[in-house]
Design a protein around this ligand. Structure first.
Ligand code: ADP
Ligand code: MG
Length: 234
């Protein structure tokens, strides 16, 4: 005889499991495009970190954010994942749609490497503009109409001043490790760069701390934003 257990329906069970995962807030709850979801899974990210859980939906909604979280909390994914979701694919229209500013060449290079991994199933292009790299190589990259510019403030200013690089198509500006950018004396450059981009761009600022000089910038340079603060242990 075949025993039929009326209460055991594998189809229903699977549905229930999926719902639970969704409630638990896995990456699949953000409805990311398949190309991006696959890249996130390929990175081995099973669950979003607390800062990613707070920022990804907010950035996808289009809000400006000032996010504070400690080093190692996953801030790179917190801005790259929603940014790549928004840009989706290469645009033929001339001009970068996103600028990411980093305090140092090393951090910019690390961000570029993360960008490569997260965008590997897309045709998005990026240019890395940092000191110590050949200007020629950077001109060549810029000539290919990158969607994203990853830069240090000094080198980006150089491209703006010397060759008239335009930032007037920028839709998303990301300031990573903003406290360090300010500590390193780039405050003036940041204000200048911020003003070279359209007023209605979305701004994402990430920092471990908010010193007074940075607080002034968030007040005068960002407009309305959502403050996201995580406790030290996260
Ligand atoms: P932060 O910029 O806050 O210092 P990073 O973005 O550099 O942190 O992330 C620190 C490390 O944690 C990196 O190795 C990164 O790949 C890893 N990481 C980030 N988010 C996740 C996640 N959701 N799941 C697993 N590992 C993650
Ligand atoms: Mg970081």
């Amino acid at each position: 005889d075949i025993m039929v257990d009326e209460h055991h329906n594998p189809f229903e069970e699977k549905k229930e499991f999926k719902k639970k995962k969704k409630r638990g807030g896995g990456f699949q709850s953000y409805n990311l495009s398949n190309f991006l979801f696959r890249a996130v899974m390929a990175m081995g990210y099973k669950l979003p970190t607390p800062i990613q859980r707070k920022t990804i939906p907010t950035v996808l909604e289009g809000q400006n954010i000032v996010a504070m979280a400690r080093t190692g909390s996953g801030k790179t994914g917190a801005f790259l994942i929603p940014m790549i979701e928004k840009l989706k694919c290469h645009s033929q229209i001339v001009g970068a749609r996103c600028v990411i500013l980093s305090p140092t060449r090393e951090i910019a290079m690390q961000t570029a490497s993360f960008f490569k991994s997260f965008s590997k199933f897309t045709d998005l292009r990026y240019a890395l503009l940092v000191g110590g790299n050949e200007m020629e190589t950077q001109f060549e990259k810029l000539a290919q109409n990158p969607d994203v510019i990853i830069a240090t403030p000094g080198r980006l200013m150089h491209h703006i001043n010397e060759v008239g690089l335009s930032l007037n198509m920028v839709e998303i500006a990301i300031y990573d490790e903003a406290d360090r950018i300010f500590e390193m004396g780039f405050a003036e450059q940041i204000v200048t760069i911020n003003n070279k981009m359209p007023k209605n761009k979305q701004i994402l600022l990430f920092s471990a701390t908010i010193p007074p000089s940075l607080a002034n910038f968030t007040l005068s340079g960002i407009g309305d934003y959502k403050m996201i603060k995580l406790h030290q242990e996260y």
